[in-house]
Design a protein around this ligand. Sequence first.
Ligand SMILES: Nc1ncnc2c1ncn2[C@@H]1O[C@H](COP(=O)(O)OP(=O)(O)OP(=O)(O)O)[C@@H](O)[C@H]1O
Ligand SMILES: [Mg+2]
Length: 344
Amino acid sequence: MREPERPAAPPPTGSEGAARSSPGGGEESEGAARRQAATGPTRRIVAIGGGKGGIGKSLIAVTLAIEMVRRGMRVVLVDCDLGGANLHSLLGMEYPKETLSDFVLRRVGSLAELVVPTPVAGLGLISGARNAIQVANPMYQQKMRLMRALKHLAADAAVLDLGAGTHFNVVDFFLLADNGVLVVVPEPTSVENAYRFLKAAFLRRVKAMDASLGIREILQEVVRPGGQRPLVPAEMVLAVAERDPAAGAALEREMAAFRPLLIVNQVREAADLTLGDGMCDAARRLFGVGLMYLGHLRHHEQVWRAVRAREPGYYERPGTPFALELSAVAGRLIELPALGASRS
Ligand SMILES: Nc1ncnc2c1ncn2[C@@H]1O[C@H](COP(=O)(O)OP(=O)(O)OP(=O)(O)O)[C@@H](O)[C@H]1O
Ligand SMILES: [Mg+2]
């Protein structure tokens, strides 16, 4: 039997939901959050990735989590940028004493013990690893343990902020999520990195299921066709189907279930508004992947200034032009299905 579900993060206080409480939370409330820590499913896991660094992944993770709290959800923000944790900073907090390092290195037994309250009432934070060298690339067993634990945070949502790059240790957390969100800014390098990330995620997903689909050998043949350029994912599915139609159909079905999401951030010009739909078309053509466009956020000078000054007031406040755009994007995301209670 499952243990009764209790929130991993303190519930929102009052109708405001995401109102700021005393900065840092303090020792006493940290203790309270720990006492509330319990096992139970994480009803929705959202991961924010995108390949390129400095494009707004962490800002979006933080503000999306705040918006979810505002909508009455119990949310835990998890800093999975194992090499460059900075969510505490975006929330105007000091570096919490205990971080993911303590879980990865087995100094604490459960992830829920690491949830600390944030100045945003109702939002819990698991801070990123302190000792990047030890944990930036966790061993396979450590990663599996962490991934299992993320599914049991007893929260309505866990929002994972991923690091830059397309290393499989980043991609695996993207694939773990119910909703993997790709962030892109209207710049060629960011768009290239986003496609690279998508391709890495596709290949990783195929690799994870090749044994169960019985296509490992076929894949090895088609992925390394001597001397030719690498196949794009859509060609790969076709090549598998040519050798074994049933396996091809199974692969196609599995891949159709891969529905990454897209946010275009830091839009400055009208022309940037076509990027989202354009990328979704290209992803379908090249990768056979149903990338879904969630919407865009414009570049807001006040956001940038607030981040620089470590004063989160502006981007935490509801009703600003930034918050309204973010809320529209969050609304579309929340409507999408998640595994919810079926996750045991
Ligand atoms: N919509 C926006 N308007 C204005 N500034 C923004 C916006 N989105 C992000 N920024 C700014 O871009 C910078 C980088 O943001 P952030 O740290 O969230 O990026 P990141 O993708 O998480 O980077 P890294 O890969 O290094 O972790 C910050 O200074 C942030 O204020
Ligand atoms: Mg970041």
